[in-house]
Write a protein that binds this ligand. Structure first.
Ligand code: NAG
Length: 223
C-alpha cells in the first residue's frame, strides 16, 4: 500500500465511498488524471467511468441502459448500447434497469410487445415506435430490422396472421403480392398478363375492379 501515489490513494478513497468491498478490485483501476483523455472506464463495472475533474478522479454512471465506450464514443456522454461491442466482457453492471412504458432501460432499443415488425427506441425513458419495412422483422439479438429467416420466433409475420398459407395484397400493386407459407411471407409476382385480384386473392385475367389490362411490352426493336 505504501507505494501508492497520493492520486492513487484518492482513487481508493473514492472507490471505498462508491461501494465498500469493491475497493479491493481497485488495484488495477487506471487513474483518469494520468491519461491524456482524462476519462477511463471503471475496472469492475462497465456502466461506470472515471473522469479527472480539477485534478481528482470522479466516478460517474453512464445514462441508464448504456455502458462506457470511451471519450467521444458511443451515443451520448462516451457511453454506448451494451450490445454494440464487448464492453462488458469480464465486467458487471453497477446499476439496475430503470424502466418506463415500452423501455426496459431509460436508453436502448427494445422489442415490441405485440408486433414483430415494430420496435421501440428509448432516449431518457421516452419511447418512439419504429417500423421495419420491406418484409423485415425486428431482431432482438442485433437490435435492428433483419430478414425473417434470421429472426427466431418471429418468422410468423403479422401479414400472415389471418391465413398462414394465404395470399395478401401488396399495397395497390396489380402484379405483386405476398404469399404466406406457414405464416412466413414471400414476395411474389403474378405471371405475365395476369393481375392480382384483391377479392379472390389470386392472379387472374384482367380487368378486375382495381386493375386494368397491363400495357403489353413492346416487341424488341430489331437492329
Ligand atoms: C431525462 O429526463 C429527466 C426526467 O424526465 C430529466 O430530469 C433529465 O434532465 C433528462 N436528462 C436528459 C439528459 O435529458
Amino acid at each position: 500500500m505504501s507505494r501508492h501515489s497520493p492520486a492513487a490513494s484518492l482513487l481508493v478513497v473514492a472507490l471505498l465511498l462508491a461501494g465498500g468491498s469493491e475497493a479491493q478490485k481497485s488495484r488495477d483501476q487506471e487513474d483518469p488524471c494520468k491519461v491524456k483523455s482524462r476519462v477511463v472506464g471503471d475496472v469492475t463495472y462497465c456502466d461506470r467511468y472515471w473522469e479527472c475533474v480539477n485534478g481528482q478522479p470522479e466516478l460517474y454512471d453512464c445514462p441508464n441502459g448504456l455502458v462506457f465506450a470511451g471519450k467521444h464514443r458511443g451515443v451520448t456522454e462516451g457511453c454506448d448500447y451494451p450490445w454494440r461491442s464487448n464492453y462488458c466482457d469480464g465486467k458487471q453492471l453497477a446499476n439496475p434497469p430503470i424502466s418506463t412504458e415500452h423501455c426496459d432501460w431509460l436508453y436502448g432499443i427494445f422489442g415490441h410487445e405485440t408486433s414483430c415488425t415494430r420496435y421501440w427506441t428509448c432516449w431518457n425513458g421516452t419511447s418512439t415506435e419504429q417500423l421495419c419495412i420491406g418484409g423485415l422483422l425486428y431482431n432482438e439479438d442485433t437490435h435492428s430490422c433483419d430478414w425473417p429467416d434470421n429472426v427466431d420466433g418471429c418468422q410468423k409475420h403479422p401479414l400472415c396472421n389471418e391465413d398462414a398459407n394465404g395470399n395478401v395484397p401488396l399495397g395497390k400493386s396489380c402484379n405483386r403480392y405476398w404469399q404466406c407459407q406457414g405464416g412466413y411471407p414471400r414476395l411474389q409476382r403474378c405471371p405475365a398478363m395476369l393481375v392480382f385480384d384483391r377479392r379472390s386473392l389470386r392472379c387472374v385475367v384482367p380487368p378486375t375492379e382495381d386493375c386494368d389490362v397491363p400495357i403489353p411490352l413492346r416487341p424488341r426493336p430489331r437492329n
